[in-house]
Design a protein around this ligand. Structure first.
Ligand SMILES: CC(=O)N[C@H]1[C@@H](O[C@@H]2[C@H](O)[C@H](O)[C@@H](O)[C@H](O)[C@H]2O)O[C@H](CO)[C@@H](O)[C@@H]1O
Ligand SMILES: [Zn+2]
Length: 304
């Protein structure tokens, strides 16, 4: 077996753009530190709206193909070299927003069989052997069917990958040590939107989003981990800009096709939902972790 990098991080997302919005600074930081960063994206975003008028003709599989090129450019900006489509490119299609007839398309991710889709991810988990998995909370951050399904598939695959009797043809069983959900502490979101309010009339966006429009906003007490990606601000902004069909960036703000301004977070927040916290300043400190690999033996940066 070839020598694997000491630290291996797996992220599971629904569409091209989610990874940069939610975890761009984290991905850039760990890639820069020499960790292996693997992204699995579950759809190609074939049902997305398109911002630039000159690209408005792109729909369906043509849009999906274009968004895959946007994803490749975003990964280049973040220094991430391992990025994959769940089950292969185009295997699961974008399901559209919750409640739309699109959700009933048999080709869409929302209609995928959970265990079949999870088995596709088990193969990646047993190959990459990540110590850390990052995905969405059960609501997918904001209730989009592909986000909800990405959560379900990621959590199910983490369980199945650890079972030696499950599909040995997919590789040797592997247990992921720590699992995190993407979160934003409410106090941080409120403070950022207060700053946005002061400058909104200087921005090209007609209105501001609301705090609760931000996926994964929760009470501060649920936050276990803060990853400071301030040093990677330019990389995150470049990655978000690469998703030009979906995102407009006017640093340190951005807007999706709904034209509602929202903040770019350079400290990215997480809730540890499986595994033990590695405490910064010792167990008594109660301070949030500052490293997703904290407390995992053999993964300190020095040993990477
Ligand atoms: C960030 C994200 O998950 N984007 C999804 C989402 O796109 C939104 C959707 O088109 C909505 O109608 C717009 O108002 C909003 O501005 C968009 O961000 O859903 C798309 C369709 O499933 C998906 O392709 C896109 O990646
Ligand atoms: Zn998405």
């Amino acid at each position: 077996m070839t020598e694997l990098p000491g630290r291996r991080l797996l992220l599971v997302h629904a569409h091209p753009d989610d990874e940069s919005i939610n975890n761009g600074a984290t991905m850039a930081r760990y890639a820069a530190e020499g960790a292996q960063v693997t992204l699995v994206t579950c759809t190609l975003g074939e049902r997305g709206e398109v911002i630039p008028p000159e690209l408005a003709h792109l729909t369906g599989e043509a849009l999906g193909s274009h968004r895959r090129t946007e994803l490749a450019a975003a990964m280049d900006a973040l220094g991430v070299h391992d990025f994959r489509s769940l089950g292969g490119s185009g295997r699961h299609q974008d399901s559209g927003m919750m409640g739309l007839p699109d959700n009933d398309d048999p080709r869409c991710f929302w209609q995928a069989d959970l265990d079949e889709a999870a088995a596709e991810l088990v193969g990646v988990i047993r190959e990459v052997r990540p110590q850390v998995l990052v995905t969405y909370d059960p609501d997918g951050g904001y209730g989009h069917p592909d986000h909800i399904q990405a959560h379900r598939v990621a959590m199910r695959a983490a369980d199945l990958a650890a079972e030696p009797d499950f599909r040995p043809d997919l590789g040797t069983a592997w247990t992921i040590t720590k699992i995190y959900w993407n979160r934003v502490p409410r106090s941080v979101a409120e403070e950022a939107f207060a700053r946005l309010k002061d400058v909104l009339d200087e921005l090209p966006f007609p209105a501001s989003a609301a705090v609760d429009d931000v996926p994964g906003v929760v009470d501060d007490t649920l936050i276990t981990t803060e990853i400071d990606g301030t040093a990677h601000a330019a990389a995150k902004a470049a990655a978000m800009r690469a998703h030009a069909t979906q995102i407009e960036v006017v640093e340190p703000w951005f807007a999706l096709s709904n034209q509602l301004a929202q903040p770019i977070f350079l400290v990215e927040y997480y809730e540890l939902v499986r595994g033990e916290r590695g405490e910064r300043g010792g167990a008594a400190s109660g301070a949030p972790e500052a490293d997703l690999f904290a407390g995992i033996s053999g993964t300190s940066e020095v040993s990477a």
